[in-house]
Design a binder for this molecule. Structure first.
Ligand SMILES: *Cc1c(COP(=O)(O)O)cnc(C)c1O
Length: 302
């Protein structure tokens, strides 16, 4: 363990222009990021000491910042890149989840005029973790199709990564009551969307599909589609109904936090043979192998 890792075992944060231990970060309750979830964020990861698809995350971040009209954000891409490098360097972490957040900021008076707000920027690097526990990465987790609908994209744009997630919270509470660890949400037309922090894929008769609409456009989702296409697995964005999900040959979730993660059971239906399928396994191996490709990685100077 490096000296830095001993000093900051829970990671390093950046807030108000300064670095600190992650657990010391504080945001004023007057920030509309807290009061209204008027914020956006992105999550990157570092594997074997290098960022994965860093500029692709920044492209998505820039689009989110523009859509939220955060025009008074203190830092642009080059500065943010330096800040993230510094957070990871100070943490000493070789495997890390790295977050960048922008909030609307505090309003100047009770009118909460959004135009008077100074946007805030914060970031942190913490030890790497997945959406599901490590000991479920082989066999997969049990999820349910929630009766809670995903917030419609016309109300909250899901392509802007955000923490306005009460739909996901309510879906998870329902899932826990049914002995499931996660929930996938449908839209008003009964199409599968996504879960809290992850996209979903279903393999049906050799064809891999992930929802085309009403979801965050995951970097991991995109990587899986690119890898599938390179290896002659048919992969596309499209519509999936709940029944098609339950009867799929393989189902997996994708996220920066954990990569490609198998799903074992949906409601009471066992998927395939009840353990990670061959296509899921193949794509998982390719996904992690891509982390050795210099075209996809940006090394941290520790
Ligand atoms: C972050 C996130 C994902 C996964 O995106 P990645 O870029 O692959 O990490 C999927 N859905 C939601 C709602 C998310 O917040």
């Amino acid at each position: 363990m490096t000296h830095a890792a001993e000093e900051f075992p829970n990671g390093v944060g950046y807030i108000d222009g300064d670095y600190c231990a992650k657990e010391e970060m504080r945001l004023p309750v007057a920030d509309l990021g807290f009061l209204l979830s008027d914020m956006t964020y992105d999550a990157l990861h570092v594997h074997k000491g290098s960022f994965f698809r860093m500029e692709d995350h920044f492209d998505r971040w820039d689009r989110s910042i523009a859509k939220r009209r955060f025009t008074t954000l203190p830092h642009g891409r080059d500065e943010i890149r330096d800040i993230l490098m510094e957070c990871v360097r100070r943490s000493g972490l070789r495997e890390s989840m790295v977050y960048i957040l922008a909030t609307r900021g505090a309003a100047m008076d009770g009118l909460k005029d959004l135009r008077s707000c100074q946007n805030n920027f914060l970031a942190w690097a913490v030890p790497y973790y997945g959406v599901i526990p490590d000991d479920r990465m082989e066999d997969g987790i049990d999820i349910m199709v929630s009766s809670v609908l995903r917030t419609p994209p016309e109300a909250i744009d899901p392509t802007v990564k955000n923490f306005a997630r009460i739909d996901f919270s309510d879906a998870l509470l329902e899932a826990y009551d049914h002995g499931c660890e996660h929930a996938v949400l449908l839209d008003r037309d009964g199409n599968v969307t996504e879960g809290r922090g992850w996209n979903i894929f279903a393999l049906h008769g050799g064809r891999l599909v992930s929802p085309d609409d009403g979801v965050l456009e995951g970097i991991t989702r995109r990587t899986v589609i690119e890898l599938a296409q390179q290896t002659n697995i048919k992969a596309e964005l499209g519509k999936i109904k709940a029944d098609e999900l339950r009867s799929a040959d393989e189902v997996f979730m994708t996220s920066t936090a954990g990569g490609i993660m198998p799903i074992r059971k949906i409601d009471d239906r066992v998927i395939g043979t009840g353990s990670r399928g061959p296509v899921t396994k193949r794509l998982t191996d390719l996904y992690w192998a891509l982390h050795d490709d210099p075209d996809y990685t940006t090394p941290v100077a520790y």
